[in-house]
Design a protein around this ligand. Structure first.
Ligand code: PXP
Length: 241
């Protein structure tokens, strides 16, 4: 059985907490619960506007978690400083726009290319694994290699949207397959994330060369009905086939 790692994104536990300005449900508790239920890593996105996870969540989760913490951050000086101070095991650099509901697409790697190169180099010198969140495009895979990233995370949003609405998804799947294959050829570890559900994860688990899935919104939503532990177990079973 091939082993694809499962990263559990707990941002939306914080979204529920923040909706009432209370101190529950606790993202730390969710992270530890996911760890106990065999998540391979925990993903959190510290957004510039702190709309879900905040600096204190990061601190608490980092100091209590035993499995790797994957911190998603925008390419800014502030976030670079936070990453170097908190030293999570993994960093995923993501694009960020204030008004968006969620991370709507992959990074524009030609924008701030010099800063990205400097940022990646600094993070790697501090032994952090660096991933770039990109569209499934061959040119972005090549630029990621040039920038010296360790990994790329392919934005699966468009693909998942088509799958979830029962539309033709083959073209998008081919793009993901080709990007994965080139990434592997160039020595990049390839991950996938955004919008994944049981159905879309099952299809993507068959793409050879994807080593890690990062799943949040659907997983947390599904946990309302079946519990966080059961949902993680179900995803693990799906991606292990
Ligand atoms: N991977 C990355 C890089 C992300 O930014 C996100 C959240 O936008 C996810 C995975 C998880 O996406 P979702 O919450 O839709 O499962």
């Amino acid at each position: 059985m091939k082993k694809i790692r499962l990263g559990v994104n707990i941002d939306h536990v914080a979204t529920v907490r923040n909706a009432r300005g209370e101190n529950y449900p606790s993202p730390l508790r969710a992270a530890l619960f996911a760890q106990k239920n065999k998540a391979d890593s925990i993903t959190i996105h510290l957004r510039e506007d702190r709309r879900h996870i905040n600096d204190l969540d990061l601190k608490k989760i980092k100091s209590n978690l035993k499995i790797p913490l994957n911190l998603e951050i925008a390419a800014t000086e502030e976030m670079l400083k936070i990453a170097l101070k908190s030293k999570p095991s993994f960093i995923c650099i993501v694009p960020e726009k204030r008004q968006e509901i969620t991370t709507e697409g992959g990074l524009n790697l030609n924008y701030k290319k010099d800063f990205l190169k400097k940022m990646i180099s600094k993070l790697k010198k501090n032994n952090l694994r660096v991933s770039l969140f990109i569209e499934p495009r061959l040119i972005d895979i090549k630029i990621s290699k040039y920038l010296n990233a360790d990994c790329v995370e392919i934005h699966t949003g468009k693909f998942c949207n088509l799958v979830n609405h029962n539309k033709m998804y083959k073209k998008e799947l081919i793009k993901i397959r080709n990007a994965t294959s080139l990434g592997n050829k160039l020595g990049l570890e390839v991950h996938a994330g955004h919008g994944l559900t049981f159905k879309s994860a099952k299809i993507l688990a068959k793409v050879s060369g994807i080593k890690e899935f990062n799943i949040g919104h659907f997983l947390i939503g599904e946990s309302i009905f079946t519990g966080l532990g059961n949902t993680i177990k179900k995803f693990r079973k799906i991606i292990s086939k």
